[in-house]
Design a protein around this ligand. Sequence first.
Ligand code: KG4
Ligand code: ZN
Length: 345
Amino acid sequence: MRILGIESSCDETAVAVVEDGVRIRSSIVASQVSTHAIYGGVVPELASRMHLEAIDPLVDQALAQAGVGLDDIDGIAATQGPGLIGALLVGFSYAKALAWARNIPLAGVNHLEAHICSLQLLDNPPGFPFICLVVSGGHTNIYHVKGPGAFTLMGQTRDDAAGEAFDKVAKMMGLSYPGGPAIEALAKKGEPEKIKFPRSMLGKDNFDFSFSGLKSAVARHLHETPEMRPDIDDDRLAHVAAGFQMAVIDVLSTKLITAAKEKNCADIGIAGGVSANRTFVDILSERAERYKINVFSPPLSLCGDNAAMIAARGWEMIRDNQVCGLGDDVYSRVKTLNKKPFFGR
Ligand code: KG4
Ligand code: ZN
């Protein structure tokens, strides 16, 4: 079964063609990052307009790259939520119209479930059951993944997402948006143990996170120690980046390994934008190995938002007949997943 995947939940318009949920025939991502960077974050209205301009030519490109035509597509999968309402409406309405015109099934995909499914696209995917962290600019969720489509939420952030903390701390330090890659690069020049930032909720008997205290601690540090100001000393700023990054990695790694031990899982997967952080992947892998736990992370092209993961999850849904009715109201569907972005069965 050949699925056309469409993603438009935030600042990336993406289209992919994926066969049987695993073979990527094409996957194209049109990023809007440079447009939003000047504002220091995503401007929703701009995002919607750019999706509208990008989506149609991108579908043509993805089909051409896959060497197929619309006649060869058996189903469509589009992100239903969570995400920016206006942005989601562009991709989802486009997908619904196309499915209607071609008389093929449409799956409304949960973006977070799709990030978990990005791991199924690996040549060597994690084995069920496994623990999965979806960690991005909007979410920091730990799931127990018992089988295809069977996800249980074990914990989530109570305030900022980990990626959001990277972005906000980068902004305080005068670094570019998105902050994750900028902090990771600067941290390479610093010493992670030089400044010890707080590890929130580490001692707590649950799998929830909190990153807003850490963000404030960095702000206080920069404010209270004038010699730390960006205009004064680059080396010292690198220590702040390294210390902050290590605090995030420490909490994420500790909770993931504890969850894997509690649920008797031999595998841990990480997905979402922050899983692009190689320092995180390396430290988590090294710590997990001590408990004979394997760590799986997607290649860079599948860490951030992409449509191959949407097609992978949509393939499962269409196979299981979890499809949208042609009479379904697109706006109600998008709102539903945004009101209740988390899931647990
Ligand atoms: O999944 P994603 O592309 O979009 C959503 O938020 O859904 O994730 C974007 C987030 C941003 O907060 C960005 O700063 C973060 O992922 N990120 C990173 C790295 N690359 C991207 N965070 C830490 N280290 C990185 N190398
Ligand atoms: Zn995402």
